[in-house]
Design a protein. Structure first.
Length: 539
């Protein structure tokens, strides 16, 4: 699920924002610390890295040489002064590119690796910063950070974990670095921390075998240890002992404790190799001491000689490793500058736009399919009509026009019948509803002449015939006119028929039946008064 979501995000970014321009193939590495800036340019030849250019530039800093915290950014505050110092040595050499990856010293950048419970990747954005508070004693609101996640495999399925590699620096530091490179007319391609850069260089020299390894580096009084597996720095530790570190100081580093913690908490696994490098110390003696501490035979890593360097310095190794960012492939993807990445807000906006566009495209596609199906049905229906092309043979244009005119007249007749004829059921209902007691109908006739729509006298007629029975002829006559009045006031009849005329016929009947049959006499009295109502309406 997580992989699918990541692939979907990549697809959305590519569709919405493109690939981001030309692919970068090389860059310079710039190591920044309060003491100095080190700029390196490297290439990979014959399967190993080669340093082409290297310059170390001391920086003007009144606190140079002192140990400072991550929040100390004084040496980056005066951009113009630092840029002027770097620009001189920079202009004295010929560089193959203006792309620069900056790597930060421990005073400016911090790296941590920690384990979290297995969760869905969609929750990492919230969970990782919360968990990072346990390992980074600085508010993340003031920091620029980046992280990457890998699954930790320890052979257990009841407690799966995720490993998080996280780098942080002050937000102000990112702004200072961007301003510095702009002043130097250089292009920023990434910001990382020194342990990542050194590990990249070490892996470029020795290869990544995917097994646990320990790298110990000693720079006179500075001791650094990196435990790595699968190309990632899973544990780092730094110890500063002043001018020069003695072998006795190795116990303060507690290599066995570091190894045990990484193996238990971070699933490092058994140690496959150990290497030691450095300058200003007896590496042979340190190699023996490290071997005893780790219980694994350590080897002296002569990285400076293999790179063609005179000095094995942590800052130099960092600059060289940063310059190899686009020359070699490693598992490290951290970038504190987030160069070329799409923000979450931009990603969400792109998703919304693509969703709306997809919905509209689907709507139009369905509309097109519907219209295509309707057209197909209409064409199929048209195929059932009989065609007679011979009817137009040997016809003049005037004759064809007359034929079309006749067909139009027939169509008008049909439209006239369909459009103006009232609903018979409505008429009958109103007639029955308004029929007074004592009256009844014997005939209902509705005539709808089939005439052209434009012909004069085009009228609709209705004829009602019946009888009225009451105590006297006058009362019967009143019933008939009452019926006429109620028809005129009815909702549909009164609106549709404007001309309703009744006629009444009274046949005298003797007051006594005499010798007449009672049934015949009663029938004569019932039919004494007949009526006829004629209603006409113009359509």
């Amino acid at each position: 699920m997580g992989l699918n979501s990541a692939a979907l995000n990549d697809l959305i970014e590519n569709l919405a924002f493109g690939k981001g321009g030309a692919k970068i193939s090389s860059c310079l590495g710039l190591y920044l610390s309060p003491d100095a800036a080190i700029l390196a340019e490297s290439d990979v030849g014959s399967g190993r890295p080669v340093v082409q250019n290297l310059v170390k530039i001391p920086l003007p800093n009144k606190d140079a040489g002192k140990q400072s915290t991550l929040t100390s950014l004084d040496f980056l505050s005066d951009i113009g002064k630092i840029a002027a110092v770097i620009k001189g040595p920079l202009s004295q050499r010929s560089w193959g590119t203006k792309n620069v990856t900056v790597t930060l010293s421990h005073q400016t950048g911090l790296l941590r690796y920690f384990a979290i419970p297995m969760i869905g990747r969609q929750f990492l954005k919230t969970a990782v910063p919360l968990e990072a508070k346990k390992y980074i004693p600085i508010s993340l609101d003031t920091l620029s950070y980046d992280y990457q996640v890998q699954e930790l495999k320890d052979g257990r399925t009841d407690n799966p974990k995720l490993g998080v590699l996280m780098a942080v620096c002050q937000k102000k530091a990112v702004g200072h670095i961007e301003d510095l490179l702009e002043a130097l007319d250089l292009h920023l391609t990434g910001i990382e921390v020194a342990p990542c850069s050194v590990l990249r260089m070490w892996l470029a020299l020795n290869g990544d075998h995917g097994k646990a390894a320990c790298l110990v580096h000693v720079d006179r009084g500075e001791i650094r240890v990196v435990l790595t597996k699968d190309g990632l720095p899973m544990f780092t530790r730094e110890l500063f002992m002043g001018a020069e570190a003695a072998l006795s100081n190795l116990r303060k580093l507690d290599l066995p404790g570091c190894l045990a913690f990484a193996q238990k908490q971070l699933c490092l696994g058994p140690l496959a190799q150990a290497r030691i490098s450095g300058s200003g110390v007896d590496l042979a003696a340190w190699r023996q001491a490290v071997s005893q501490e780790l219980g694994t035979a350590a080897q002296v890593e002569d990285s400076n000689a293999r790179l063609g360097l005179k000095e094995a310095n942590w800052g130099i190794f960092s600059a060289v490793g940063a310059s190899l960012k686009f020359r070699t492939k490693t598992a490290i993807t951290l970038d504190l500058g987030r160069i070329g990445r799409i923000s979450d807000e931009e990603n969400q906006t792109a998703k919304l736009i693509l969703a709306v566009a997809g919905a509209l495209a689907l709507w139009f596609a369905l509309g097109g399919l519907f219209n295509m199906a309707r057209h197909h049905f209409q064409m199929k229906e048209m195929s059932f009509y009989q065609r007679d092309e011979t009817a137009l043979n040997n016809k003049t244009p005037a004759q064809i026009a007359e034929m079309i005119k006749g067909m139009q007249a027939q169509a008008d007749l049909l439209r006239n019948v369909e459009g103006s004829a009232p609903k018979i059921t409505t008429l009958l209902k109103e007639i029955v509803d308004n029929l007074p007691p004592g009256t009844w109908l014997t005939k209902i006739l509705i005539q709808n002449p089939l005439l052209g729509a434009g012909q004069a006298g085009d009228r609709l007629e209705m004829l009602l015939e019946g009888y009225a029975a009451a105590a006297s002829p006058d009362e019967e006559r009143d019933l008939i006119f009452q019926f006429k009045a109620q028809l005129s006031g009815a909702d549909f009849m009164g609106k549709f028929f404007k001309d309703i005329q009744p006629s009444v016929v009274v046949n005298p009947v003797a007051q006594s039946r005499g010798d007449m049959n009672p049934q015949d006499y009663a029938r004569k009295r019932e039919r004494r008064t007949s009526f006829m109502i004629n209603a006409k309406a113009l359509r």
